[in-house]
Design a protein around this ligand. Structure first.
Ligand code: AHG
Ligand code: MN
Ligand code: MN
Ligand code: MN
Length: 335
């Protein structure tokens, strides 16, 4: 067996391909990789905690899960605070962004936005969850405290983005704008190894992923597209297969590998959609596009949306390019 390339080696190798790179982004990815392993260890124990929790009340399981949201949040923030590359972090779990102002952060150029634990309601039933991260260069002067405008940049300004899926195996998938690569954690040695080089999403797929329980709340174009997915038509491989885990990272990861579309539209229950532009939609959109896919709010390219607030929500259509285009056509037709 050939010795696998480790994530650490891969980061160093890629860094040397960019002669002017200072290594700061590499160091930042190293901090994220370390935090991912710590969170992975804790998530693996959640099953044990649930077994113990069966003696107690439902409340304890609820609290446990809340603790894992906070644990993941704190772990990633501490890993980034410990090094000098990041000057500020925004997180789904924090009302406002954090500014790092210690001596070691004086030269820091990067801000990070993250969803520390995605799909956290799935933890207590042992279903895959994830972490999503998004990295930008700050726009305000280095050496001054970060400002809101450093975080409210459109997704097309991301310098890197990625996710970790804590699944039947744990994977870290990321891009720095030169394709997408996936690494699987070998738990016996605690090392991420390159398992999915140069990931590409199929142009078309057979999977559609949407919470159909909300069907009655959706608007006409989305309802018609869902019906289209269910219609019989051999020439286009329909009906498609419906798959919905309820963890965006896991649903997206499956569709990235197999081809498919993930939809979280607006509806009377979620007038602006549910998913957050900065923590969830932009990073996965960058990965989708780097893998040959598409991400849209139904009308506009996700990566071109100018964010107006940290916790902004948007409707979301992401996956195989032809499927996203077809969904967009249904939405346009109803406008
Ligand atoms: P989070 O756990 O980070 O709050 O994200 C939950 C999100 C996403 O992971 C998932 O796809 C979606 O919520 C599921 O929502 P519904 O239960 O409304 O389908
Ligand atoms: Mn989430
Ligand atoms: Mn979350
Ligand atoms: Mn949440």
């Amino acid at each position: 067996m050939n010795r696998p390339v480790t994530l650490g080696e891969f980061i160093v190798e890629k860094q040397s391909e960019f002669p002017y790179a200072t290594g700061e982004l590499s160091q930042l990815l190293t901090s994220i990789r370390l935090a991912a392993k710590v969170v992975n260890r804790e998530i693996n124990k959640a099953g044990l905690a649930d077994i113990l929790g069966a003696i107690g009340s439902e409340n304890v399981q609820g609290e446990n899960q809340m603790k894992l949201d906070v644990f993941a949040n704190d772990t990633f923030i501490n890993a980034m605070r410990a090094m000098g590359e990041v000057c500020g972090v925004g997180s789904e779990e924090l009302e406002d962004f954090i500014s790092f102002n210690d001596e070691i952060h004086k030269e820091a150029k990067y801000v990070v936005l993250m969803d520390p634990l995605d799909g956290s309601s799935n933890i207590d039933v042992n279903v895959s969850v994830g972490t999503i991260f998004s990295i930008y260069r700050r726009v305000t002067p280095v050496g001054t405290p970060v400002q809101l405008e450093d975080f409210l940049q459109p997704g097309n300004k991301q310098v890197a983005a990625g996710y970790v899926v804590y699944g039947s195996s744990t994977m870290l998938v990321y891009t720095t704008g030169h394709g997408v690569n996936g690494f699987t954690l070998d738990p016996s040695i605690g090392v991420f190894c390159l398992s999915h080089p140069n990931m590409c999403i199929p142009e078309e797929g057979k999977i559609y992923s949407v919470n159909e329980g909300n069907y009655a709340h959706f608007h006409g174009g989305v309802k018609k597209y869902i019906k289209y997915c269910q219609e019989v038509d051999e020439s286009t491989n329909r009906p498609y297969t419906s798959r919905y885990i309820g963890s965006l990272v896991s649903d997206f990861h499956r569709n990235l590998l197999k081809g498919g579309i993930y939809i979280y539209p607006t509806g009377t229950k979620a007038p602006k959609g549910k998913l957050r532009l900065l923590y969830e939609c932009n990073p996965l959109a960058m990965i989708a596009e780097q893998a040959g896919g598409k991400a849209s709010d139904g009308i506009n390219r996700i990566l071109d949306i100018q964010p107006e607030e940290l916790h902004q929500r948007v409707p979301y259509f992401i996956g195989s390019p032809k499927m996203v285009e077809t969904a967009e056509a249904f939405i346009r037709a109803e406008e």
